[in-house]
Design a binder for this molecule. Structure first.
Ligand SMILES: Cc1cc2nc3c(=O)[nH]c(=O)nc-3n(C[C@H](O)[C@H](O)[C@H](O)COP(=O)(O)OP(=O)(O)OC[C@H]3O[C@@H](n4cnc5c(N)ncnc54)[C@H](O)[C@@H]3O)c2cc1C
Length: 482
């Protein structure tokens, strides 16, 4: 039998259900990756994400070549490209791991129908999540709307039906389907319409495993406190790997449980807190699957949002200051500059900058969501949308009332010495700890000594947080009043 394995969010050999099934069932295989041209042209993603994906594909190509398989690739519209490839190569069965984004579901339905009309078989597999949306449901079968209830059920499910991990297939019985595709030079970022940018997180399956091992040997043991400190490497930085599937969530959970089972001086609380973050990821996937309306608007049917602060050029000025990291709030600015420079931002700071955009500047969360997708190396619709809505209080946040982060308090608490701030906001390098969280309060002579004049070298705050907070709360009350 001749099979086509369509790689999408699963750029790896290890624990890859679609690839393993194809290797078991087929004698000849065409591994294929399609660069989705309409998606790339729409610039939903940015150069960091595209660069990371290319790096992962480069390694996948080498790994497959090591087993005698040639990774075919095309730039084009995916539906037509897959159909054409299956026809050209006389494929019997097309294999893929499932993707749950609404547009991807629609695309896959169409491909499946068209292939069936041609008499070809399609085999799809669960892979991107440990449990799909309909596997973790409430007692009456309803999807969960609160994370804590979902998490508890998720662990019950894990204990009842622990999903196994798959080894790298042996590839012994398969070979590249003949005729081998002409090997075109691998596309560059420029061929895909993007700038090439430095990679701050190493792409590829090997790097993902190394990162997981490094994390489980060290930082996970202090995760509960370390995960909140943006100046240290206290989290796994596996998010881009999970996004592109260079490692599976199953593998990550199994590996974490494995260190617990070995005993010794392992903190269950730290390890479980980390695994629960992976459950957050699945929670937002199931929100997206069960409530696809979140792509277009708020999860809450009556979000009661205060009116925007500004419109036209004034709104654009505020938004540009936020994007560029020039708000006059050091922790916000450090976060946005980390994002712009590296394509990644620490989770605690993501929450702070999102709250600042939506609640202090009163700019719609969708603008922030879009900007993040264009900059993030781990940009993922489910996680990004779910978190933005959580921060905007339009989503699944269980907290009653308004969660508004105070940038100064967050900064003092989680970056006390200002180490993270100084790493990204270079103008503040010489500012003493006493003023690092609110440099605009520095007396003039201190500003001179620190080599940082507020209003010229570094901006004064673009809004007053205390006042902005009060306005948000007052306007919010009015917007929900009967
Ligand atoms: C406004 C905002 C936007 C976000 N956008 C994205 C996004 O586009 N893609 C993305 O993967 N994460 C997003 N997150 C979640 C979180 O910030 C990142 O997953 C995390 O910072 C990645 O770092 P890490 O891999 O070191 O995480 P770790 O702390 O090591 O956590 C392990 C894994 O758990 C998952 N995870 C952790 N926190 C969350 C969370 N809050 N929601 C969902 N999954 C989580 C990630 O897959 C992560 O890799 C966003 C958070 C906020 C507040």
């Amino acid at each position: 039998m001749k099979g086509l394995v369509w790689f999408r969010r699963d750029l790896r050999l290890h624990d890859n259900p679609a690839l393993s099934a194809a290797c078991t069932e087929c004698q000849e295989i065409v591994p294929l990756f399609v660069f989705d041209e309409p998606l790339l042209r729409s610039h939903v993603f940015g150069p960091a994400c595209v660069g990371f994906m290319l790096g992962c594909l480069e390694e996948l190509r080498r790994s497959l070549a090591g087993h005698g398989l040639t990774l075919a690739w095309r730039i084009g519209e995916p539906i037509e490209t897959v159909i054409q490839m299956a026809t050209e190569r006389g494929i019997d069965t097309v294999y893929w791991n499932r993707d749950y984004e609404p547009a991807a579901l629609e695309r896959d339905r169409t491909v499946q129908q068209r292939l069936a009309q041609q008499g070809r078989t399609v085999r799809t597999f669960k892979d991107h999540v440990v449990f799909e949306a309909d596997e973790v449901r409430g007692l009456t079968g309803e999807p969960f709307q609160r994370y804590s209830a979902y998490r508890d059920r998720w662990w019950v499910k894990w204990r009842a039906a622990t999903p196994p991990m798959l080894a790298v297939p042996t590839f012994e019985a398969v070979k590249s389907a003949a005729p081998a595709p002409a090997v075109a030079p691998w596309p560059s970022a420029a061929d895909l319409g993007y700038d090439s940018v430095p990679m701050w997180i190493e792409p590829g399956e090997q790097a993902a495993h190394a990162r997981l091992q490094w994390f489980l040997r060290g930082p996970v043991h202090e995760y509960v406190s370390g995960r909140n400190l943006p100046a240290i490497d206290g989290t796994s930085k596996l998010s881009p790997h999970l996004r592109f599937g260079t490692i599976s969530a199953r593998t990550a959970i199994h590996a974490a449980l494995n260190i617990l089972s070995k005993g010794g001086r392992v903190s269950r609380a730290d390890v479980f807190t980390w695994m629960d973050e992976l459950v957050w990821r699945e929670f937002f996937q199931q929100v997206l699957t069960a409530f696809p309306r979140v792509v277009e608007g708020p999860f809450k049917t009556k979000p009661g949002l205060p009116a925007p602060r500004a419109s036209g050029p004034e709104r654009d000025r505020l938004f540009a200051a936020w994007c560029q990291g020039r708000t006059g709030y050091p922790i916000v600015d450090a976060g946005m500059r980390q994002l712009n420079q590296t394509g990644w931002m620490h989770n605690r700071v993501r929450m702070v900058v999102a709250s600042f955009l939506v609640k202090d500047l009163r700019i719609d969360w969708q603008s922030g969501e879009r900007y993040f997708m264009q900059q993030l190396v781990d940009g993922d619709l489910a996680a990004n949308n779910g978190n933005w809505q959580w921060c905007a209080s339009t989503g699944t946040d269980a907290m009653q009332g308004y969660r508004i982060f105070n940038p100064r308090i967050q900064s003092e608490k989680f970056d006390g010495e200002g180490e993270y701030i100084r790493r990204y906001v270079l103008e503040l390098t010489g500012v003493p700890v006493k003023w690092i969280h609110e440099p605009h309060l520095m007396p003039q002579d201190e500003q001179d000594r620190a080599g940082c004049r507020i209003g010229s070298e570094y901006p004064a705050p673009i809004v007053d947080h205390r006042q902005a907070r009060q306005e948000y709360v007052d306007l919010g009350k009015k917007s929900v009043a009967p």
